[in-house]
Ligand binder design. Structure first.
Ligand SMILES: [Mn+2]
Length: 324
């Protein structure tokens, strides 16, 4: 945690009357939880400020709040805070640079340090926890209502796989303890996150019956547009199943390949050992060492990605054998 920079961010928020919070495209629970948590905290603390969240929506986290539709004029003189977004081209609302001042607030590797203030803390396993760092630092000043508490909890839960992923540490739980002290209703969040359509459950059955494995242990599933139509699920729901393939002892890497509306194939790559974000980087992607994404374009490129990951898994297993 960089207290000096967080203080600078706090002072900047105080200075601006109009604040626009900008998450990434294809939003996930963390970027929406971070955005609506920050919006709630600023609104509740400074009722005179106007605070918007712009961008896209995701069905499964709509319970956290709805994005605002604002015209270009709203950006004039505004403070824009981009959250959970490593590179500026991933920000959903392309008008992010039309404001007066831009803050980048993120926890991914800082490959594109855009903005007037760049706050990147890769030790935090969810961006929502950075909002809680800010809250904790100015606890006497900041107010969070039940909506913001719920949003920040949801963001942390979804990005940490419910506190399972690497990066979760004592600081994570110290911040989450703040939410419990504020009256968090965790059961209410689980109720929302654990509700599934029957179509989705049937599709999950398909994934569990039809995944494949490469020779050296990359488990993967291929999901076409036709398949999603057949099961009546959308790409967002389909992609959320990636970690169903993370359970095999002989597969340190697993991948979900899905064809999106524009016929573009994307990959979600996960690992429980080998670092995979460098390989993702070779396929127009990137992310965390154990969780990355890649834009493949075609199924041909998907094959190339699987080949590269298979080689990687082979080398990983060989080095483990030598070490033991
Ligand atoms: Mn995140």
């Amino acid at each position: 945690m960089d207290k000096r920079k967080l203080t600078l961010i706090h002072d900047t928020i105080k200075q601006y009357q109009h604040i626009i919070i900008a998450p990434h495209g294809r939003p996930d629970g963390d970027c929406m939880g971070t955005a609506f948590g920050l919006q709630d905290m600023i609104r509740a603390t400074y009722p005179d400020k106007r605070v918007y969240v712009v961008g896209e929506e995701a069905e499964y986290v709509k319970f956290l709040g709805r994005v605002d539709t604002i015209d270009d004029d709203a950006f004039r003189g505004a403070l824009v805070i981009a959250v959970d977004t490593a590179t500026k081209d991933r920000i959903a609302d392309k008008r992010y640079d039309k404001g007066d001042f831009l803050i980048k607030l993120d926890h991914h590797p800082n490959v594109d340090p855009y903005g007037d203030i760049v706050y990147v803390d890769t030790t935090r396993p969810a961006a929502a926890l950075i909002i809680l760092d800010l809250y904790a630092l100015f606890k006497d000043e900041y107010v969070l209502t039940p909506a913001g508490i719920r949003a920040l909890y949801t963001g942390t839960l979804t990005d940490t796989g419910r506190f399972k992923y690497p990066g979760v540490d004592g600081d994570t739980f110290r911040n989450i303890a703040l939410l419990y002290d504020l009256g968090l209703n965790a059961q209410d969040v689980y109720k929302h996150l654990d509700t599934r359509s029957e179509a989705f459950v049937r599709f999950k059955g398909y994934v569990l019956q039809n995944y494949k494995k490469t020779v050296h242990g990359v488990a993967y599933i291929e999901i076409t547009q036709a398949l999603m139509r057949e099961f009546d699920v959308n790409d967002e729901e389909a992609s959320s199943l990636v970690n169903e393939l993370g359970v095999f002892e002989d597969c340190p890497i697993w991948v979900l390949l899905a064809e999106y509306e524009e016929k573009i194939v994307r990959a979600r790559i996960r690992s429980k050992g080998p670092v995979i974000n460098e390989i993702a980087g070779q396929f127009d992607g990137g992310g965390h060492p154990m969780a990355s994404g890649a834009n493949l374009g075609t199924w041909d490129n998907a094959k190339k990605l699987l080949d590269a990951l298979d080689e990687h898994a082979k080398a990983y297993k060989a080095s483990n054998r030598n070490a033991s």
